[in-house]
Design a protein around this ligand. Structure first.
Ligand code: BGC
Length: 785
């Protein structure tokens, strides 16, 4: 029997926090965060915590990412979860984005390849995925109300390209539309994005859901191509959609399309255990066998991903090393993941001391600083310095554990500083006065100022390495594993060097325009900027050292009659340790004037070679190897190109040149410009209206606005903002205001749209109350600063 109109309308509003139709969806992406409705963010079933995306990406290994996805799928199945909400392929336009740890890269080709591997592998195991956050969601500040203003070429070459590759190659079961506005229109209501590009141009047939609370006007979202809002809106949007059907503003056909996509998802990815099976009463524990296997897998992923940034003959530790000194709170409480919706509840976190112990090395430990504050502790510093002096006297190797702590980054807010936490900096400086003979083990979801760490004799970047980070790290430090990770992003010298500087979050000019984010660097994101404009960096894109050495030789470029090209070369391990090498192919434009990056990553391969072994490596180049987005589509650009093979962007080992036929580059700007672009130059590229949401005046507010936006105009909004802040603190008694969960909750209340606050408040704020708040702001005559 067919469904009634009411049933259909109910279906597109989701069920509770985690159900679409009768299936359970769950975060993701680096583990399973399965939880019951009403649970607090970190209150989920125990599951394996893998390295987060920014770390795993440094493996440059699609097969490894596929293995990790398979491990997560096995746990999802056991926990009754049908769809994992990931992977995330948003592009890192600033290292300060609080959520970068969940994203792969600043380069869309690398991000797209890794995401496609994740999706294909997970879906082959019968668990669906959700490619997110579509699109242009590259900051957390005002994430529900800010407008990402991206010129058409940058949108396609940089911000959509990873989504495009993943959609075309791997057909994700679902796509998640993001919180932000894109070029003046909420992503969820953006027909250009959801229908014209995603469905028509890329041929996507799966389901589109909203990010949690991103949907304010459900009928408009469905008209634009979205299928289901998440989580459900406590019945509030049901009336909206019924009314839209009755008035004819939403057609029955459009609603039916959404309903049929929901049905298809539920039949393609039924609740593990069969369609309609009761996921609620299942035993919510992963079997010991799966859990043990995944712990080992998490270790393997981290071992293949950690990046040895510097090594002045300090590592590996000597074979006869029997003792080490570990300094830093992070050695005792390794930071293995970020805060927010991706937080995995794991009870199996490897420790450093035990991991050294297993290798027959005893670890002295001294805390030195606390990771839950930036404040210094004279007592801890004094103890650390005494321990350092003793270690020097005893010739015991010293390792400093530092980097970004939980206080520094998390979902829902952007980082306030690029610095190494000040208490760590102060301690490190004092240690340097005693000895520079130390190694630095670094944590963090994103780059930070590595000036001091890079003065150590060795620097190993673990990123957020998952539950087995410590044991993987110790295997690298002791030489049991040869490091092979390479940076999937650039580590700049300073935040001021970042091309989006001043036009991101609340930096500089941007601070008075939080809701209007002009992507003034256009296509020059990450290395595309540093490389083209000769800006020196701390560690370049693709950089990473090994304990062995690789020799590159005999480059050859091949192109078949269908236009598919590949690069062939020989790679030899000429050192005395077995190991893997990530070889990268960059295509170099030789046109000195074109508004184009000097070089772009167009292929890569990871090759394992035993000591003394030599192999021929063939790297197919991407379809886009010689193209740019010009004339509203990707086209091959005619010209002479250099094709480089290297161990990193700045360590090119081989190069050949070739002539390519195509169209000529058609850009209104040449390359001789300042980045970020001037107002005038950006205006030339940006074809949309230059909206000014930050300057919305009384009369223009709606429930799509946030308390933060309305507060200057409404005493009622200010009162609710105050009450909301108290509630956020009350929900997490005893936690500090800088705790990531507290900050995310607070951000959600102050910067979330009013409609969502009402829907998720469990009756505390009614639709009438938010209407009153909006009315009071709309009728205001004054603005409080
Ligand atoms: C995040 C998504 C996540 C969802 C469900 C949102 O706040 O942006 O990435 O999947 O919550 O937890």
């Amino acid at each position: 029997m067919g469904r009634t109109k009411e049933e259909k309308c109910r279906l597109v509003t989701g069920f509770g926090a985690w159900h679409i139709g009768d299936i359970h969806v769950s975060d993701g992406p680096h583990g399973v965060r399965a939880q019951e409705d009403g649970a607090k963010n970190n209150d989920s079933y125990e599951a394996a915590c893998f390295p987060t995306a920014s770390g795993a990406a440094c493996s440059w290994d699609p097969e490894l990412i596929a293995a990790m996805a398979e491990g997560i799928a096995a746990e999802a199945r056991e926990l009754g979860v049908s769809v994992i909400l990931g992977p995330g392929v948003n592009i890192k336009r600033s290292p300060l984005c609080g959520r970068n740890f969940e994203y792969y890269s600043e380069d869309p080709y690398l991000a797209g390849e890794l995401a496609a591997a994740y999706i294909s592998s997970m879906q082959a195991k019968g668990i669906g995925t959700s490619l997110k956050h579509f699109a242009g969601n590259s900051q957390e500040t005002h994430r529900m109300t800010s407008n990402s203003m991206i010129d058409e070429r940058a949108l396609h070459e940089i911000y959509l390209a990873a989504f495009e590759a993943a959609v075309k190659k791997a057909r994700p079961a679902t796509v998640m539309a993001s919180y932000n506005y894109l070029n003046g229109m909420p992503a969820c209501e953006n027909k250009y994005l959801l229908t014209d590009i995603l469905r028509k141009r890329w041929g996507y047939e799966g389901l589109v859901m909203s990010d949690w609370g991103a949907c304010v006007n459900l009928p408009e979202c469905i008209k634009a191509g979205m299928d289901v809002e998440m989580p459900d809106s406590s019945g509030n949007h049901f009336a909206q959609i019924m009314a839209a059907l009755d008035s004819g503003s939403l057609t029955q056909d459009k609603l039916d399309e959404a309903v049929s996509r929901i049905d298809r998802l539920c039949s393609d990815y039924p609740a593990p255990g069969g369609p309609g099976s009761d996921t609620k009463n299942k035993a919510k524990a992963i079997s010991r066998e799966t859990r043990t296997k995944d712990h080992e897998l998490a270790k393997r992923v981290e071992a293949e991903s950690a990046v040895l940034l510097k090594n002045d003959s300090f590592l590996p530790l000597a074979d006869d090393c029997k003792e080490v000194l570990l300094i830093g709170d992070l050695a005792d409480h390794p930071r293995i993941q970020g805060g927010g919706s991706s937080h995995i509840h794991t009870g199996h976190i490897d420790g450093f001391t035990e991991s050294f112990d297993k290798c027959g090395i005893s670890a002295r430990f001294v805390r030195g600083y606390k990771s839950n504050t930036f404040n210094r502790s004279a007592k801890l510093e004094k103890e650390a310095l005494a321990a350092v002096k003793q270690a020097v006297a005893d010739a015991v190797p010293i390792l400093f554990f530092g980097g970004l702590t939980d206080m520094a980054e998390g979902e829902g807010y952007d980082r306030e500083s690029f610095d190494l936490p000040s208490n760590q900096k102060a301690l490190l400086e004092q240690i340097f006065a005693v000895t520079g003979d130390i190694g630095f083990v670094s944590f963090g979801g994103s780059p930070y100022d590595m000036e001091l760490p890079s003065e150590c004799r060795a620097l190993l970047q673990l990123y957020l390495g998952g539950e087995a980070a410590a044991s993987a790290c110790v295997d690298i430090l002791t030489g049991r594993i040869n490091p092979s990770g390479k940076l999937a992003e650039t580590i700049p010298l300073s935040e001021k060097d970042v091309p989006s500087y001043g036009f991101f979050a609340d930096q500089g000019e941007q601070s008075s325009h939080l809701d209007d984010v002009e992507y003034r660097e256009s296509i020059f994101v990450g290395y595309r900027y540093y490389d083209t404009f000769d800006v020196p960096v701390r560690y370049c894109f693709g950089h990473g050292l090994s304990y062995t050495e690789f020799k590159y030789s005999d480059i050859r470029f091949e192109r078949d009659p269908d236009g598919h090209s590949s690069i062939v070369f020989s790679l030899e391990n000429i050192g005395d340790k077995d190991g893997s090498e990530v070889s990268q192919v960059y295509v170099r434009s030789t046109d000195p004037d074109a508004f184009r990056p000097k070089r772009e990553l167009r292929g890569f391969a990871k090759t394992y070679l035993k000591s003394g072994e030599k192999k021929e490596v063939v790297i197919p180049l991407s379809d886009r190897a010689f193209s740019a987005y010009t004339g509203h589509e990707f086209q091959t650009i005619a010209g002479r190109y250099g094709i480089q093979v290297g161990a990193s962007l700045n360590d090119i080992r081989l190069e050949c040149e070739t002539d390519i036929e195509g169209v000529s580059m058609n850009s209104p700007l040449d390359i001789h410009r300042q980045i970020p672009l001037s107002d005038e130059d950006f205006g030339i590229l940006y074809e949309h209206e230059r909206t000014s949401f930050s300057d919305t005046k009384p009369g223009g507010f709606s429930t799509g606005n946030s308390l933060a936006q309305l507060a200057p105009y409404s005493a009622l909004a200010r009162r609710w903002a105050f009450i909301g802040s108290l509630i956020a603190r009350f929900m997490y008694p005893g936690r500090s205001a800088s705790d990531p969960e507290v900050r995310m909750t607070l951000g959600g209340i102050l910067e979330g749209n009013l409609d969502t606050i009402c829907n998720q408040s469990r009756g505390l704020i009614s639709p009438k109350t938010i209407a009153k708040i909006v009315d009071s702001a709309n009728s205001s005559k004054t603005k409080k600063p």
